[in-house]
Design a protein around this ligand. Structure first.
Ligand SMILES: Cc1ncc(COP(=O)(O)O)c(C=O)c1O
Length: 347
């Protein structure tokens, strides 16, 4: 029986067209003479983001880690929302790899309060760490406390960037799902990217690639970022085979993210009608659906197990919330299967 996999938009398999593009890619050793397909992907992403350049790396975690390592020195501090992927799900990379601590603010919708940001920036003193980088996440996954996959408004990001510039602090945007934000809002990725100094984007989320992320930014940052990529072991060899998937995805899989967003709303409407689940379709802004479980017998883990018996896969986001993510490899028929499985589980 087919598995309806709503755990993440990272579970997609490359299509036969994407695989054909990968097989046909001209290759080189990127660390020696360079790989022409990687070079094409890096310049295409830099062009779309309006940055001086970009480096191709294996993962979003590495792209974010390169940004942290390139903007900071050991003993510095990051300022970011407490449920940010960089805080919760990157195995403490900022501290473990770069000797940097994180000061986290609480903003369940992902919008940092500007006054709080201003108050949280450290005074210049021998006693204090230096606030070296402000990080934002677009779209904002969230902790499950509020809706997930929020599209941070351009106006807010612009105000945050203006404040950061006034304070002399660079901004890094974790844009793992930046293309989702752009398709959902109609705002060009370049305009979002202009609100940050460095930007990471992932090809292996909704865009359907098997591997790959890019870290983009200004020229001086890119020099440091290239060294950091080398140190972290992220400079790959005939990686044009992977970059070709990225070029294919940028051409064919961006506009269709709108389908994932429609499906996510459809799924939220289905879930919201069920006893013991709360999930407002009006709050779904992209491809992530958070369903609060308020059921007398079930919690998110027991529901996940019950759905698995119907070959429907989901993940708990926290102790009270189940997370569903839509992507290229799920469709309306899978939403119908969620309904059947959920009704059975809740019965
Ligand atoms: C918002 C966000 N940033 C970064 C990452 C890290 O990406 P990767 O799994 O490629 O390391 C993820 C992964 O899901 C993510 O959701």
């Amino acid at each position: 029986m087919r598995v309806a996999d709503f755990r993440s938009d990272t579970v997609t398999r490359p299509s036969s067209e994407m695989l054909a593009a990968m097989v046909a890619a001209p290759l080189g050793d990127d660390v020696l003479e360079g790989d022409p397909t990687v070079a094409r992907l890096e310049s295409e992403v830099a062009r779309r983001l309006g940055k001086d350049g970009a480096w191709f790396v294996p993962s979003g975690t590495m792209a974010n880690s390169i940004a942290v390592g390139s903007w900071t020195r050991p003993g510095d501090e990051l300022l970011l929302e407490r449920s940010a992927h960089m805080v919760q799900w990157e195995a403490g990379a900022a501290g473990a790899l770069h000797g940097v601590q994180s000061l986290t603010l609480h903003a369940p919708d992902g919008r940092l309060d500007l006054d709080e940001v201003r108050r949280s920036v450290r005074m210049r003193s021998l006693h204090c760490p230096r606030t070296a980088l402000i990080c934002v996440e677009q779209t904002f996954m969230g902790s499950g406390e509020g809706p997930g996959g929020r599209v941070l408004p351009l106006e807010h990001l612009g105000q945050l960037k203006a404040l950061a510039s006034e304070l002399g602090i660079p901004v890094h945007m974790d844009g793992a799902r930046l293309f989702n934000a752009s398709v959902a809002s109609g705002v060009d990725v370049r305009n979002y990217a202009a609100c940050a100094d460095s930007v990471s984007v992932c090809l292996s989320k909704g865009l359907g690639c098997p591997v790959g992320s890019l870290i983009a930014g200004p020229r001086d940052f890119l020099e440091r970022a290239r060294l950091m990529r080398k140190r972290l072991g992220g400079w790959m060899r005939q990686s044009g085979i992977l970059a070709a998937a990225g070029l294919y995805a940028l051409e064919h899989n961006v506009a269709r993210l709108a389908d994932d967003h429609v499906l996510a709303k459809e799924l939220a409407s289905v879930l919201d009608g069920l006893e013991g689940l709360e999930c407002s379709p009006n709050q779904v802004e992209s491809n992530i659906v958070m369903a609060r479980v308020a059921h007398r017998r079930h919690d998110p883990v027991s529901l996940m197990e019950a759905l698995k018996r119907h070959n429907v896969l989901v993940l708990p986001q926290n102790a009270t919330t189940l997370r569903f993510v839509t992507h290229l490899d799920v469709g309306t028929e899978d939403v119908a299967r969620v309904l059947v499985a959920m009704e059975d589980a809740l019965r």
